[in-house]
Design a protein around this ligand. Structure first.
Ligand SMILES: [Zn+2]
Length: 239
């Protein structure tokens, strides 16, 4: 079966990855998420912004995929054609073994030059990440090509989604027979429009979420449980 998974913050929260606002502690406790996650914030204080995203990347590196991430990869191992479309900026789907992963909101591990878009290998955001205890300010490295500052690879408030990711996400959702929506509020556009797109194209829509969301009303079926329980449960019903 062609299965697409649309995953949001609830998926990663079960691995202990703090949500966007939960992450604002310590050095960053006096800042609003909205004030750190904008192009203006980066221009104003690149070291603060880069340091914050390095801290978030360090937290992600210490987290492990949960039974939900592993279950999604298992669907593919059992012969289903699986696409993962995620709003999350961590790499837990990849580390669980999923191969076709679209990051609608970018990735913590895809930094690039603010000015020319150049990337570096290894990604400079990884530099001594293991040694970070609470996070500190850090000046982002200069681009080897144009000397511009490196920026985190995530989509900031006020920025458009990466066009390629959006196109791939839409194609995966429009072409699936089953869309499983996991741990997302269904409120953040344009990602929130994807469940409706799947339904219009004739796919079955299943929601896995412990609480009601904006997706619930258009889902054919709702599993009121967290991802780590819901995905293995769904896997069992498809066998
Ligand atoms: Zn550059």
């Amino acid at each position: 079966m062609r299965i697409a998974f649309l995953t949001g913050a609830g998926m990663s929260a079960e691995s202990g990855v703090p949500t966007f606002r939960d992450a604002l502690t310590g050095l960053w406790s006096n800042y609003d998420a909205e004030r750190l996650a904008t192009p203006d914030a980066f221009r104003r204080d690149p070291a603060l912004c880069w340091g914050w995203y390095r801290w978030r990347a360090a937290l992600v590196r210490r987290a492990a995929p949960n039974a939900g991430h592993l279950g999604i990869a298992e669907f593919a191992r059992r012969g289903h054609a699986v696409s993962v479309v995620t709003q999350n900026v961590d790499d837990l789907h990849e580390r669980a073994g999923s191969e076709d992963v679209v990051h609608l909101h970018g990735s913590l591990f895809a930094s690039r030059c603010l000015d020319c878009g150049e990337a570096m290998t290894p990604d400079p955001i990884l530099d001594r990440l293991d040694a970070i205890d609470e996070g500190t300010r850090k000046t982002p490295p200069p681009c080897p090509r144009c000397d511009g500052p490196f920026r985190p690879g995530v989509v900031w408030f006020g920025e458009a989604l990466p066009e390629d990711a959006w196109d791939r996400g839409c194609a995966a959702v429009a072409g699936c027979e089953l869309l499983v929506v996991v741990g997302t509020s269904g409120l953040v556009q344009p990602a929130a429009s994807l469940p409706l797109l799947a339904r219009e194209r004739g796919a079955r829509v299943v929601e896995i979420n412990p609480v009601d969301s904006a997706v619930s009303a258009i889902a054919h079926e709702r599993l009121r449980m967290p991802a780590a329980a819901g995905i293995p449960a769904l896997l069992a019903t498809l066998d």
